[in-house]
Design a protein. Structure first.
Length: 133
C-alpha cells in the first residue's frame, strides 16, 4: 500500500474547506417571552425562531422553565427541568414532536366543537371570510 504524506499546507486547506462546508453554527439560544418563541442565533448573523407552545413537551411550561434552554454542542437544544430535547435540524425541518403529537396538532384545528360551530356561524352572519380577489 502506498504511503500518503499530508503536508501542513494540505492539512490547512482541507480544514478550511471543512469549516466552509459545515455551514452556520449555533452560538446562542434563549426564550423571547414577548413573542413566546425559542430564538436560536447562528455565527453567520442569522436567527431561527420557533413557537415554544408548538413543541412537544413545552406546552404549559413557565417562562422561567423555557429560559433554561441550553445548546447541546452544535446540533441540539435541551431543557433539563422539563427533560426535553430537540435537534436544531429537526426544528428547521418542521419536526416539532412525535408523529402522534403532530397528527393530534393537525386534527386540533379541524375539530368541530359547539363553541367553534357557534363562532363560525356568528362570523358567517357578519359576511364571513372575505372573497379572494
Amino acid at each position: 500500500m502506498d504511503q500518503f504524506r499530508l503536508t501542513k499546507h494540505a492539512y490547512r486547506r482541507a480544514t478550511e474547506r471543512g469549516e466552509r462546508a459545515r455551514g452556520a453554527v449555533p452560538v446562542g439560544v434563549g426564550f423571547d417571552e414577548a413573542s413566546g418563541r425559542i430564538v436560536i442565533d447562528f455565527d453567520n448573523g442569522t436567527t431561527f425562531l420557533v413557537p415554544a407552545e408548538r413543541l412537544q413537551g413545552l406546552q404549559g411550561a413557565s417562562a422561567a422553565q423555557l429560559n433554561e434552554v441550553q445548546l447541546l454542542g452544535e446540533t441540539g437544544l435541551h431543557w433539563e427541568s422539563l427533560d426535553v430535547d430537540f435537534t436544531i435540524e429537526g426544528l428547521m425541518r418542521g419536526l416539532l414532536g412525535t408523529a402522534h403529537f403532530m397528527e393530534a396538532q393537525r386534527r386540533g384545528g379541524r375539530s368541530r366543537s359547539d363553541a367553534k360551530i357557534a363562532a363560525s356561524r356568528a362570523n358567517g352572519a357578519k359576511g364571513g371570510r372575505p372573497r379572494r380577489v
